[in-house]
Write a protein that binds this ligand. Sequence first.
Ligand code: NCD
Length: 311
Amino acid sequence: MFTKRHIISTREFSKEEIDYVLSRAEELEIYAKGEGGKERKSDLLEGKILANLFYEPSTRTRFSFETAMKRLGGDVINLSSAEASSVAKGENLADTIRTVSGYCDVIALRHPQEGASRMAASFSSVPIINAGNGAGQHPTQTLLDLYTIKREGLLDGLRIALIGDLKYGRTAHSLAYALSLYGATLFFVSPEALRMPEEIKMDLKEAGAEVFESTDIKEVIKEANVLYVTRIQKERFPDPAEYSKVAGTYRINTELITENEEVIIMHPLPRVDEIDAAVDGTKNAKYFLQAFYGVPVRMAVLSILLGNGIG
Ligand code: NCD
């Protein structure tokens, strides 16, 4: 499997590798909750250290990496703001990575620049996990998204609508690539200005994916079994006026769900106003469960990467 390698993009995964992560996550799920006393504790990564290097805000990704490592008996060191580190003194990323990779066994890196994780990999003596590189990719989010879809029994013959900011949304980019391995039908729903980049659409079509585009959720909701809703990535807009034009474009509410009572609603979170709070209590809402699945999935990724006798 992919012991000791960097995880930068979902394009670098085969379907077999992804399936393996998902099945490992399933085995580790009982440990992810931390319930059940001593026999439900794992020491698979005892003595190993994860460095969380986050140069952009994060709640779920950073915490679930930390929880995953701790549930496996490992330790975590954290950089949660550039201001609190030597970056504030002018240190460049290469020097930070060269230094930090001497203090740990694996690094989870989130950075606003798309080239950051690949560059970091070339300076690191330990595996780099891309935990979000600007508008690029977010591969471990994709693994937990796929895990959620699989746990809902929907991975085979999936028909999924990716909704919202498909231009800047890294979770949508990573997920679309991975889904092309599963023969999913993809509906891209976005405002005109935030369409899925041409180059990604071309790659997907080359990989044999069926891709449809629309600006209106109502056009696709009856066709889809999953709505994957995303936040408009305000921080990536060069011009705030352009953001105001598209802010609040889509809103999933209980009335919309009546058009397809079976549809599953996912969201990588955080949400701003894309999903009404009234949807949270419906059987369709899976986004908080999805956030929890970040723990078993990252446990699987970390244990495979650090190669403790498995994988
Ligand atoms: C996403 C991200 O950071 O790309 N969040 C996450 O990791 N769960 C989505 C977002 O910020 O909109």
